[in-house]
Ligand binder design. Sequence first.
Ligand SMILES: [Zn+2]
Ligand SMILES: [Zn+2]
Length: 342
Amino acid sequence: MSDTPPSAPPPVEDLGDGVWSLTVPIPGNPLGFTYVYVLTGSEGPVLVDTGWDHDESWEALVRGLKQTGHEVEQVRGAVLTHFHPDHSGLVARLRAASDAWIAMHPADIAVLERLNASPVPDRLDAITGQLRRSGFPEEDVRALRETPGLLSTPAVPDLPLADGERVDLPGRDLRAVWTPGHSPGHLCLHLADGRRLFTGDHVLPGITPHVGQFPLLSEDGDPLGDFLTSQAGIARLPDADRLVCLPSHEGRFTGLAERTRRITTHHEERLDEMAALLARGPATLWEIASGLPWKRPWERMSVRSRHMAASETAAHLRLMEERGLAERTGREGTPRWTVRPA
Ligand SMILES: [Zn+2]
Ligand SMILES: [Zn+2]
């Protein structure tokens, strides 16, 4: 169904039809790299994503572009699949080196505007307040506060790109497909004239994309519900199973509909596991998250991974609330969840 993800992908690959992939490293991160795609049009290349903000990453981007026959100054624009820093981190450097427009879905632009407007100490207090109310032990709270680079925030794009809109890439037909869930404004990009789909972090061939509730205890929105709707939505693209999928991590694949089904099944199974846990009696977010099986045992996770795992657990709990399967009590202090009596 899917190609095996390459362990060491080539730094630059010509994928044909004026599409190139560049491997931009994420130093110190187990994901390893972000694929930045270069699409050539009649008036300068457009990038899909930019990569992590680091000297090494920037050098890889500039060097890779050169191998496609372009200088960084010639870049016409960059369309970001979403606001996460492994995708949008190099926006400020790209802007400084070119006249490129930077496009992103309005929902993710709003996230970055909100983050940029809020002083780092306030954000840190808000996060640690949520951790405490979720039942996290004080040593985890302290460790998270001391995590370096926790709250670095990328620059804000200047061009909103909504669902169905065409990307400003003369000579090509590249369209935005809004796929909220992994982030509120996540976009896949459909290259209608080349039978390709840039899937960002929405559909990856091996990893199940992270879907989290932020802030942890928020009762706004239902990111996992959105994500599952977006999985079904992307699989309904007219030529879904003939598309070559170009994700931001791992490696390219085909068989989009089957992959979305597997991702959906994973979450449905997770919801069943959580229902079994909740049936044992009221539990805090920390108790539920630490009681679930994870790829790496809870005790061996970094506090940052535990925070991500808790946000993922919270997203599942929100969906269970929406479906009438779980109930939250104790909103004033430390909330607890139980199965909802039928
Ligand atoms: Zn992401
Ligand atoms: Zn990513």
